[in-house]
Write a protein of this length. Sequence first.
Length: 125
Amino acid sequence: MCPQIARGSVDERKRRYPVAMDKPGRVILLNGPSSSGKSSIGRAMLPLLEEPWFFVPVNAISGLRSTVHRLQLDDAGVRAMLARTRRGYHRTVAALASAGNDVIMDYPLSEPWRWADWSCWTGTT
């Protein structure tokens, strides 16, 4: 289920969160399989765009997680950690865009729940 903050029209969200934005940012989604060039395309786009954009590749978010820890995760633990990371990525991009920032994201929508979660947070269909 989508949290209440993600629901409603842009006007409704502006009323609830007046300092958040004049208008929502735009999001460019570069979708494709792993190692297909999404990140290279995203980086190459930045100097071509007239206005400033964020480039937020999913690997940048994954790279923020510690790789040294004491808990040894089993396969189910790794899957759960990756699902939390992916949901966090969706919310990071949505938060930047909801504050009026333009964002390029590279991300494989390889599992149906990823699109459903992304749609929930951005109001896209």
